[in-house]
Design a binder for this molecule. Structure first.
Ligand code: TRP
Length: 426
Protein backbone atom coordinates (compact mmCIF):
# COMPACT_ATOMS: atom_id res chain seq x y z
CA UNK A 1 0.00 0.00 0.00
CA UNK A 2 1.36 3.41 -0.87
CA UNK A 3 2.05 5.84 1.93
CA UNK A 4 -0.52 8.31 3.18
CA UNK A 5 0.57 11.94 3.09
CA UNK A 6 0.19 13.98 6.26
CA UNK A 7 0.46 17.74 5.84
CA UNK A 8 0.04 20.72 8.09
CA UNK A 9 0.97 24.39 8.11
CA UNK A 10 1.72 26.84 10.90
CA UNK A 11 0.89 30.49 10.40
CA UNK A 12 3.93 32.63 11.17
CA UNK A 13 2.45 35.33 13.35
CA UNK A 14 3.41 34.33 16.89
CA UNK A 15 5.86 32.72 19.26
CA UNK A 16 5.30 28.98 19.76
CA UNK A 17 3.68 28.24 23.12
CA UNK A 18 3.04 25.14 25.18
CA UNK A 19 -0.40 24.71 23.60
CA UNK A 20 1.13 24.68 20.09
CA UNK A 21 3.74 22.21 21.27
CA UNK A 22 1.35 19.70 22.82
CA UNK A 23 -1.46 20.21 20.33
CA UNK A 24 0.42 20.35 17.05
CA UNK A 25 4.21 20.13 17.06
CA UNK A 26 4.73 17.09 19.27
CA UNK A 27 2.11 14.88 17.57
CA UNK A 28 3.34 15.98 14.14
CA UNK A 29 6.95 15.10 14.90
CA UNK A 30 5.80 11.75 16.29
CA UNK A 31 3.70 11.06 13.18
CA UNK A 32 6.69 11.89 10.98
CA UNK A 33 8.54 8.95 12.54
CA UNK A 34 5.79 6.55 11.48
CA UNK A 35 6.90 4.86 8.26
CA UNK A 36 3.28 4.61 7.08
CA UNK A 37 3.26 8.36 6.40
CA UNK A 38 4.99 10.91 4.24
CA UNK A 39 4.97 14.16 6.15
CA UNK A 40 4.94 17.72 4.90
CA UNK A 41 5.21 20.48 7.49
CA UNK A 42 5.50 24.08 6.45
CA UNK A 43 5.66 27.66 7.68
CA UNK A 44 2.57 29.36 6.30
CA UNK A 45 4.04 32.81 5.80
CA UNK A 46 1.61 33.83 3.04
CA UNK A 47 -1.14 33.06 5.54
CA UNK A 48 0.54 35.35 8.05
CA UNK A 49 -0.03 38.31 5.74
CA UNK A 50 -3.77 37.73 5.86
CA UNK A 51 -3.94 38.92 9.44
CA UNK A 52 -0.65 40.61 10.23
CA UNK A 53 0.96 43.56 8.49
CA UNK A 54 3.90 43.90 10.83
CA UNK A 55 6.91 42.78 8.77
CA UNK A 56 9.25 42.38 11.74
CA UNK A 57 6.77 40.23 13.58
CA UNK A 58 6.18 37.94 10.60
CA UNK A 59 9.92 37.59 10.00
CA UNK A 60 10.69 36.96 13.66
CA UNK A 61 7.90 34.44 14.02
CA UNK A 62 9.17 32.54 10.97
CA UNK A 63 12.62 32.25 12.57
CA UNK A 64 11.17 31.17 15.91
CA UNK A 65 8.82 28.55 14.52
CA UNK A 66 11.50 27.06 12.27
CA UNK A 67 14.02 26.90 15.13
CA UNK A 68 11.39 25.42 17.46
CA UNK A 69 10.58 22.47 15.20
CA UNK A 70 14.25 21.71 14.71
CA UNK A 71 15.03 22.09 18.42
CA UNK A 72 12.30 19.57 19.22
CA UNK A 73 13.97 17.01 17.03
CA UNK A 74 12.17 17.15 13.68
CA UNK A 75 14.29 15.10 11.28
CA UNK A 76 14.39 17.08 8.04
CA UNK A 77 15.65 14.01 6.17
CA UNK A 78 12.46 12.18 7.09
CA UNK A 79 9.85 14.95 6.97
CA UNK A 80 9.70 17.61 4.28
CA UNK A 81 9.96 20.89 6.18
CA UNK A 82 9.65 24.06 4.13
CA UNK A 83 8.45 27.62 3.93
CA UNK A 84 5.30 28.18 1.87
CA UNK A 85 6.75 31.19 0.07
CA UNK A 86 9.67 29.09 -1.22
CA UNK A 87 7.25 27.04 -3.30
CA UNK A 88 6.13 29.26 -6.20
CA UNK A 89 3.78 26.51 -7.40
CA UNK A 90 1.50 27.17 -4.41
CA UNK A 91 0.44 30.69 -5.48
CA UNK A 92 0.21 29.42 -9.06
CA UNK A 93 -2.21 26.74 -7.98
CA UNK A 94 -4.03 29.25 -5.80
CA UNK A 95 -4.92 31.24 -8.91
CA UNK A 96 -6.14 28.20 -10.83
CA UNK A 97 -8.33 27.23 -7.90
CA UNK A 98 -9.53 30.81 -7.48
CA UNK A 99 -10.91 30.53 -11.01
CA UNK A 100 -12.80 27.34 -10.27
CA UNK A 101 -14.11 28.13 -6.79
CA UNK A 102 -17.50 29.74 -6.49
CA UNK A 103 -17.72 32.99 -4.59
CA UNK A 104 -20.71 31.61 -2.72
CA UNK A 105 -18.52 28.97 -1.11
CA UNK A 106 -16.17 31.66 0.18
CA UNK A 107 -19.10 33.71 1.50
CA UNK A 108 -19.72 30.87 3.93
CA UNK A 109 -16.18 30.76 5.38
CA UNK A 110 -16.18 31.29 9.17
CA UNK A 111 -13.29 33.75 9.19
CA UNK A 112 -15.01 35.98 6.65
CA UNK A 113 -18.43 35.65 8.25
CA UNK A 114 -16.97 36.58 11.64
CA UNK A 115 -15.70 39.87 10.17
CA UNK A 116 -19.05 40.61 8.56
CA UNK A 117 -20.86 39.85 11.82
CA UNK A 118 -18.51 42.10 13.76
CA UNK A 119 -19.17 44.94 11.29
CA UNK A 120 -22.91 44.41 11.54
CA UNK A 121 -22.77 44.41 15.36
CA UNK A 122 -20.72 47.61 15.26
CA UNK A 123 -23.47 49.20 13.14
CA UNK A 124 -21.17 49.76 10.18
CA UNK A 125 -22.76 50.47 6.86
CA UNK A 126 -20.08 48.61 4.90
CA UNK A 127 -20.29 45.01 6.09
CA UNK A 128 -17.03 44.25 4.32
CA UNK A 129 -15.20 46.99 6.14
CA UNK A 130 -11.60 45.91 6.80
CA UNK A 131 -11.98 42.67 4.83
CA UNK A 132 -9.15 42.12 2.35
CA UNK A 133 -9.36 39.80 -0.62
CA UNK A 134 -6.68 37.78 1.20
CA UNK A 135 -9.01 37.14 4.12
CA UNK A 136 -11.92 36.45 1.79
CA UNK A 137 -10.07 33.85 -0.26
CA UNK A 138 -8.00 32.44 2.61
CA UNK A 139 -9.55 28.96 2.17
CA UNK A 140 -8.36 28.83 -1.46
CA UNK A 141 -4.74 29.44 -0.49
CA UNK A 142 -5.10 26.77 2.14
CA UNK A 143 -6.63 24.37 -0.39
CA UNK A 144 -3.64 25.00 -2.68
CA UNK A 145 -1.23 24.18 0.19
CA UNK A 146 -2.97 20.86 0.65
CA UNK A 147 -3.81 19.86 -2.93
CA UNK A 148 -0.34 20.76 -4.21
CA UNK A 149 1.00 17.73 -2.34
CA UNK A 150 -2.05 15.49 -2.69
CA UNK A 151 -2.20 15.31 1.07
CA UNK A 152 -4.60 12.79 2.63
CA UNK A 153 -4.54 13.65 6.32
CA UNK A 154 -4.49 17.19 7.70
CA UNK A 155 -3.96 17.45 11.46
CA UNK A 156 -5.59 20.71 12.55
CA UNK A 157 -7.44 22.43 15.36
CA UNK A 158 -11.24 22.42 15.35
CA UNK A 159 -11.40 25.95 13.96
CA UNK A 160 -9.80 24.70 10.74
CA UNK A 161 -12.16 21.81 9.95
CA UNK A 162 -14.30 23.95 7.66
CA UNK A 163 -11.23 24.89 5.62
CA UNK A 164 -10.37 21.25 5.03
CA UNK A 165 -13.95 20.56 3.95
CA UNK A 166 -13.71 23.47 1.54
CA UNK A 167 -10.43 22.07 0.20
CA UNK A 168 -12.30 18.85 -0.55
CA UNK A 169 -15.05 20.74 -2.36
CA UNK A 170 -12.50 22.74 -4.32
CA UNK A 171 -10.57 19.58 -5.26
CA UNK A 172 -13.77 17.80 -6.27
CA UNK A 173 -14.83 20.62 -8.51
CA UNK A 174 -11.47 20.79 -10.27
CA UNK A 175 -11.34 17.00 -10.64
CA UNK A 176 -14.79 17.00 -12.16
CA UNK A 177 -14.32 19.99 -14.42
CA UNK A 178 -10.83 19.22 -15.71
CA UNK A 179 -9.02 16.05 -14.74
CA UNK A 180 -9.08 13.99 -11.56
CA UNK A 181 -5.67 15.13 -10.39
CA UNK A 182 -6.30 15.82 -6.72
CA UNK A 183 -6.78 13.56 -3.69
CA UNK A 184 -9.54 14.55 -1.30
CA UNK A 185 -8.02 15.54 2.03
CA UNK A 186 -9.42 14.75 5.44
CA UNK A 187 -9.09 16.75 8.66
CA UNK A 188 -7.70 14.99 11.69
CA UNK A 189 -8.62 16.58 15.01
CA UNK A 190 -7.21 15.29 18.27
CA UNK A 191 -9.87 16.00 20.89
CA UNK A 192 -7.50 15.53 23.83
CA UNK A 193 -5.19 18.31 22.76
CA UNK A 194 -7.98 20.79 22.07
CA UNK A 195 -8.26 21.39 25.80
CA UNK A 196 -4.84 22.59 26.86
CA UNK A 197 -5.53 25.29 29.44
CA UNK A 198 -3.74 28.63 29.55
CA UNK A 199 -2.82 30.81 32.52
CA UNK A 200 -6.45 31.78 33.16
CA UNK A 201 -7.85 28.28 32.69
CA UNK A 202 -9.37 29.01 29.28
CA UNK A 203 -7.92 27.25 26.20
CA UNK A 204 -4.32 28.39 25.74
CA UNK A 205 -4.41 30.75 22.79
CA UNK A 206 -2.66 33.82 21.43
CA UNK A 207 -6.00 35.54 21.17
CA UNK A 208 -6.67 35.19 24.92
CA UNK A 209 -3.18 36.38 25.82
CA UNK A 210 -2.87 33.50 28.28
CA UNK A 211 0.00 31.52 26.77
CA UNK A 212 3.24 30.15 28.16
CA UNK A 213 5.89 30.50 25.45
CA UNK A 214 7.52 27.10 25.00
CA UNK A 215 11.04 28.40 25.31
CA UNK A 216 10.58 31.06 27.94
CA UNK A 217 13.68 31.66 30.02
CA UNK A 218 13.78 29.95 33.41
CA UNK A 219 12.78 33.16 35.18
CA UNK A 220 9.97 33.92 32.78
CA UNK A 221 8.66 30.36 33.07
CA UNK A 222 8.61 30.58 36.87
CA UNK A 223 6.84 33.93 36.73
CA UNK A 224 4.18 32.70 34.31
CA UNK A 225 3.49 29.54 36.27
CA UNK A 226 3.05 31.65 39.38
CA UNK A 227 0.30 33.54 37.54
CA UNK A 228 -1.78 30.42 36.90
CA UNK A 229 -5.23 30.77 38.44
CA UNK A 230 -6.05 28.60 41.45
CA UNK A 231 -8.95 28.59 43.91
CA UNK A 232 -8.90 29.62 47.57
CA UNK A 233 -8.42 26.22 49.11
CA UNK A 234 -5.90 26.33 51.94
CA UNK A 235 -2.83 24.12 52.33
CA UNK A 236 -3.89 20.71 53.66
CA UNK A 237 -7.35 20.93 52.09
CA UNK A 238 -7.87 18.22 49.43
CA UNK A 239 -7.82 19.63 45.91
CA UNK A 240 -9.52 18.58 42.70
CA UNK A 241 -6.68 17.61 40.39
CA UNK A 242 -8.74 17.41 37.20
CA UNK A 243 -10.20 20.87 37.74
CA UNK A 244 -6.78 22.43 38.23
CA UNK A 245 -4.84 24.05 35.41
CA UNK A 246 -1.62 23.26 37.28
CA UNK A 247 -2.40 19.57 37.37
CA UNK A 248 -3.63 19.48 33.78
CA UNK A 249 -0.43 21.03 32.47
CA UNK A 250 1.65 18.74 34.63
CA UNK A 251 -0.17 15.66 33.42
CA UNK A 252 0.30 16.57 29.76
CA UNK A 253 4.06 16.31 30.24
CA UNK A 254 4.19 13.54 32.86
CA UNK A 255 4.33 9.76 32.69
CA UNK A 256 1.43 7.76 34.10
CA UNK A 257 3.31 7.00 37.31
CA UNK A 258 4.28 10.65 37.82
CA UNK A 259 0.70 11.56 37.16
CA UNK A 260 -0.71 9.19 39.73
CA UNK A 261 1.78 10.44 42.32
CA UNK A 262 0.84 14.07 41.69
CA UNK A 263 -2.87 13.24 41.81
CA UNK A 264 -2.25 11.78 45.25
CA UNK A 265 -0.56 14.91 46.45
CA UNK A 266 -3.56 16.96 45.30
CA UNK A 267 -5.85 14.63 47.26
CA UNK A 268 -3.59 15.03 50.27
CA UNK A 269 -3.95 18.78 50.04
CA UNK A 270 -0.70 20.04 48.49
CA UNK A 271 -0.45 23.85 48.95
CA UNK A 272 -1.02 25.83 45.73
CA UNK A 273 2.38 27.45 46.11
CA UNK A 274 4.03 24.05 46.30
CA UNK A 275 2.05 22.79 43.31
CA UNK A 276 3.33 25.75 41.33
CA UNK A 277 6.91 25.07 42.34
CA UNK A 278 6.53 21.42 41.40
CA UNK A 279 5.10 22.28 38.01
CA UNK A 280 7.80 24.82 37.34
CA UNK A 281 10.62 22.47 38.26
CA UNK A 282 9.13 19.64 36.29
CA UNK A 283 8.58 21.66 33.11
CA UNK A 284 11.86 23.44 33.42
CA UNK A 285 13.74 20.15 33.62
CA UNK A 286 11.95 18.81 30.55
CA UNK A 287 12.38 21.96 28.50
CA UNK A 288 15.97 22.68 29.41
CA UNK A 289 17.67 20.66 26.69
CA UNK A 290 15.41 21.70 23.79
CA UNK A 291 15.56 25.31 25.03
CA UNK A 292 19.33 25.18 24.81
CA UNK A 293 19.12 23.77 21.28
CA UNK A 294 16.58 26.45 20.40
CA UNK A 295 18.83 29.24 21.62
CA UNK A 296 21.75 27.75 19.69
CA UNK A 297 19.65 27.59 16.52
CA UNK A 298 18.41 31.16 16.94
CA UNK A 299 22.08 32.14 17.07
CA UNK A 300 22.78 30.19 13.87
CA UNK A 301 19.97 31.15 11.53
CA UNK A 302 22.10 30.35 8.48
CA UNK A 303 21.82 26.70 9.44
CA UNK A 304 18.06 26.93 9.94
CA UNK A 305 17.68 28.69 6.58
CA UNK A 306 19.69 25.91 4.91
CA UNK A 307 17.32 23.33 6.41
CA UNK A 308 14.35 25.18 4.93
CA UNK A 309 16.06 25.41 1.56
CA UNK A 310 16.68 21.69 1.62
CA UNK A 311 12.98 21.20 2.36
CA UNK A 312 12.00 23.48 -0.51
CA UNK A 313 14.10 21.44 -2.93
CA UNK A 314 12.42 18.25 -1.73
CA UNK A 315 8.93 19.76 -1.90
CA UNK A 316 9.50 21.12 -5.38
CA UNK A 317 10.55 17.73 -6.67
CA UNK A 318 6.85 17.03 -6.40
CA UNK A 319 5.23 20.42 -6.93
CA UNK A 320 7.18 21.55 -10.03
CA UNK A 321 6.24 18.65 -12.31
CA UNK A 322 2.76 18.45 -10.79
CA UNK A 323 1.90 22.08 -11.54
CA UNK A 324 2.79 21.44 -15.21
CA UNK A 325 0.22 18.66 -15.29
CA UNK A 326 -2.34 20.82 -13.55
CA UNK A 327 -1.77 23.74 -15.90
CA UNK A 328 -1.95 21.43 -18.90
CA UNK A 329 -5.29 20.11 -17.66
CA UNK A 330 -6.68 23.65 -17.76
CA UNK A 331 -5.36 24.29 -21.29
CA UNK A 332 -2.30 26.30 -20.25
CA UNK A 333 0.25 24.27 -22.19
CA UNK A 334 3.38 24.47 -24.32
CA UNK A 335 2.34 25.10 -27.94
CA UNK A 336 3.69 21.71 -28.90
CA UNK A 337 1.86 19.82 -26.18
CA UNK A 338 0.22 16.59 -27.28
CA UNK A 339 -2.37 15.28 -24.87
CA UNK A 340 -1.96 11.63 -23.97
CA UNK A 341 -4.69 9.51 -25.51
CA UNK A 342 -6.54 7.81 -22.74
CA UNK A 343 -7.71 4.27 -23.26
CA UNK A 344 -9.91 2.67 -20.63
CA UNK A 345 -6.89 0.69 -19.51
CA UNK A 346 -4.65 3.71 -19.00
CA UNK A 347 -7.38 5.50 -17.06
CA UNK A 348 -7.67 2.47 -14.84
CA UNK A 349 -3.91 2.32 -14.36
CA UNK A 350 -3.80 5.90 -13.24
CA UNK A 351 -5.79 5.02 -10.17
CA UNK A 352 -3.26 4.62 -7.41
CA UNK A 353 -2.68 1.21 -5.94
CA UNK A 354 -4.16 2.62 -2.79
CA UNK A 355 -7.45 3.65 -4.46
CA UNK A 356 -7.73 0.19 -5.89
CA UNK A 357 -6.95 -1.40 -2.54
CA UNK A 358 -9.56 0.79 -0.87
CA UNK A 359 -12.20 -0.09 -3.44
CA UNK A 360 -11.34 -3.77 -3.10
CA UNK A 361 -11.62 -3.56 0.66
CA UNK A 362 -15.04 -1.94 0.39
CA UNK A 363 -16.24 -4.61 -2.02
CA UNK A 364 -15.00 -7.35 0.29
CA UNK A 365 -16.64 -5.80 3.33
CA UNK A 366 -19.95 -5.69 1.47
CA UNK A 367 -19.70 -9.38 0.61
CA UNK A 368 -18.74 -10.31 4.19
CA UNK A 369 -21.88 -8.54 5.41
CA UNK A 370 -24.01 -10.70 3.13
CA UNK A 371 -22.27 -13.79 4.45
CA UNK A 372 -22.80 -12.88 8.08
CA UNK A 373 -25.23 -15.72 8.73
CA UNK A 374 -22.89 -18.39 7.35
CA UNK A 375 -19.89 -17.03 9.22
CA UNK A 376 -21.82 -16.84 12.47
CA UNK A 377 -22.95 -20.41 11.96
CA UNK A 378 -19.31 -21.52 11.93
CA UNK A 379 -18.38 -19.35 14.87
CA UNK A 380 -21.21 -20.80 16.95
CA UNK A 381 -20.42 -24.42 16.13
CA UNK A 382 -18.56 -26.70 18.54
CA UNK A 383 -16.55 -28.27 15.75
CA UNK A 384 -15.70 -25.13 13.79
CA UNK A 385 -13.50 -26.87 11.26
CA UNK A 386 -16.24 -29.31 10.32
CA UNK A 387 -18.86 -26.59 10.14
CA UNK A 388 -16.59 -24.44 7.96
CA UNK A 389 -16.14 -27.40 5.64
CA UNK A 390 -19.92 -27.84 5.45
CA UNK A 391 -20.59 -24.17 4.75
CA UNK A 392 -18.01 -24.13 1.99
CA UNK A 393 -19.41 -27.28 0.44
CA UNK A 394 -22.94 -25.79 0.39
CA UNK A 395 -21.68 -22.65 -1.23
CA UNK A 396 -19.73 -24.61 -3.82
CA UNK A 397 -22.87 -26.60 -4.61
CA UNK A 398 -24.81 -23.38 -5.02
CA UNK A 399 -22.17 -22.08 -7.44
CA UNK A 400 -22.57 -25.19 -9.58
CA UNK A 401 -26.32 -24.81 -9.82
CA UNK A 402 -26.35 -21.17 -10.91
CA UNK A 403 -26.35 -19.48 -14.29
CA UNK A 404 -23.54 -17.29 -15.51
CA UNK A 405 -24.16 -13.94 -13.85
CA UNK A 406 -25.50 -15.20 -10.57
CA UNK A 407 -22.78 -17.75 -10.62
CA UNK A 408 -20.04 -15.12 -10.78
CA UNK A 409 -21.56 -13.45 -7.75
CA UNK A 410 -21.68 -16.69 -5.82
CA UNK A 411 -18.12 -17.50 -6.84
CA UNK A 412 -17.00 -14.21 -5.41
CA UNK A 413 -18.80 -15.07 -2.22
CA UNK A 414 -17.16 -18.46 -2.15
CA UNK A 415 -13.73 -16.83 -2.48
CA UNK A 416 -14.41 -14.48 0.39
CA UNK A 417 -15.86 -17.27 2.51
CA UNK A 418 -12.78 -19.40 1.95
CA UNK A 419 -10.60 -16.57 3.19
CA UNK A 420 -12.83 -15.71 6.11
CA UNK A 421 -13.15 -19.29 7.26
CA UNK A 422 -9.54 -20.33 6.66
CA UNK A 423 -8.69 -19.58 10.26
CA UNK A 424 -11.10 -22.26 11.41
CA UNK A 425 -9.57 -24.90 9.23
CA UNK A 426 -6.56 -27.04 10.10
N1 TRP B 1 -4.67 28.27 8.47
C1 TRP B 1 -4.00 27.35 9.34
C2 TRP B 1 -4.08 27.88 10.78
O1 TRP B 1 -4.22 29.05 10.99
C3 TRP B 1 -2.55 27.18 8.94
C4 TRP B 1 -2.47 26.56 7.60
C5 TRP B 1 -2.18 27.18 6.43
C6 TRP B 1 -2.69 25.20 7.31
N2 TRP B 1 -2.20 26.29 5.41
C7 TRP B 1 -2.50 25.06 5.90
C8 TRP B 1 -3.02 24.09 8.09
C9 TRP B 1 -2.68 23.85 5.27
C10 TRP B 1 -3.18 22.87 7.44
C11 TRP B 1 -3.01 22.76 6.05
O2 TRP B 1 -3.96 27.09 11.69
Amino acid sequence: MSKQTVLTGITTTGTPHIGNYLGAIKPAIEASLNPAYNSYFFLADYHALIKCHEPERVARSTQEIAATWLALGLDTDVATFYRQSDIPEIPQLTWLLTCTTSKGLMNRAHAYKASVDANRDAGKEDLDDGVTMGLFSYPILMAADILMFNADIIPVGKDQIQHIEMARDIAGRFNHGFEPLFSLPQAQVDEATQLIPGLDGRKMSKSYDNTIPLFSSTDQLRKLINQIKTDTRAPGEPKDADGSTLFQLYSLFASEAENAAMRNRFAEGIAWGDAKTELFEFLNAQLEAPRQRYNDLMADLGYVEAQLQKGAVKAREHSAPFIDNILAATGIRPLTYVPAIKTDESVKKEKSAEDIARAEQGRRRAIVMQLKREIERVEAADDKAAEAQAVLAEKALQVESLKKKARQKAENELDVLREELSRYQG
